[in-house]
Design a protein around this ligand. Sequence first.
Ligand SMILES: O=P(O)(O)O[C@@H]1C[C@H](O)[C@@H](CO)O1
Ligand code: GUN
Length: 293
Amino acid sequence: MFPELTKGHSYEECKGTADWLLAQTDVRPTIGIVCGSGLGGLADMLKDQVAFNYKDIPNFPQSTVHGHAGRLVFGTLKGRPCVCMQGRFHLYEGYTIQKITFPMRIFKLLGVETVILTNAAGGLNEDLKVGDVMIIKDHINIPGYGGFNPLVGPNDDRFGLRFPCMSDAYDRELRQLAMNVAQELGYEDFMKEGVYCVLGGPSFETIAECRMLFRLGADAVGMSTAPEVIVARHCGMRVFALSLITNQAVMDYDSQEKANHEEVLQTGKQRAEQLERLVSTMVTRIEHNNNYA
Ligand SMILES: O=P(O)(O)O[C@@H]1C[C@H](O)[C@@H](CO)O1
Ligand SMILES: Nc1nc2[nH]cnc2c(=O)[nH]1
């Protein structure tokens, strides 16, 4: 049944990839991190690294986007065992939505309990400035309205329920932890919270689209994260996600601004150090949990 929808990412294939990785390293990660565009420096924080190029990992897709190195890095962060995706996959690269979210199931089978996702996003809400960090409290999954949901196809109960709840997708305690850590580090001026909206990309939005998305309740717009969150929650991992606001979405027909990937990467560089400190401090304070769902 639906062979195309499970090809390359069935339970057995996910298990094969996870077991292959576990055989290559002694690190047993409980925290998984996904680096967004220009935010790959987060992986460099890991100590005693064991790193794999995606092309060498069985069943793994390849990164094709500038600013996504394409490495899976195991190591410890302030003593906590972690695994970090230095580069993620996007729908616009031509992969199926099941393929772009495959690494979340690998995380689960590696023993990951908590996933921290980062992304670059355009600010729709004028309260968000370039360089702000938006803790994601909820998402709007626009491709999902057209049937692009990573859980489409046969449900494998070994991963999770056929109809998983998403109203608690973004863990409240982890959001509070992020705010507390940000306050301690003196980052409160650029820490915000809001709703992330995912589109398929790769074109940036038109002015009319930006205006519509803001009216729908989105604070920031991007091209990733929500599908990964759906799969991570489906298999019972806790989720924390943040957007670095790398550009302000163009909402005004008189504006001369034009969204572009270079600006996205540049803003990532400017905030890299603070984001690394925020995430690494959070990691030291995340408690173990068993299959919290
Ligand atoms: O992987 P993320 O969501 O951080 O990447 C964003 C969306 C596009 O891939 C790219 C546009 O500049 O950045
Ligand atoms: N869709 C979208 N993705 C982004 N990633 C970084 N900035 C943007 C943006 O303005 N729109």
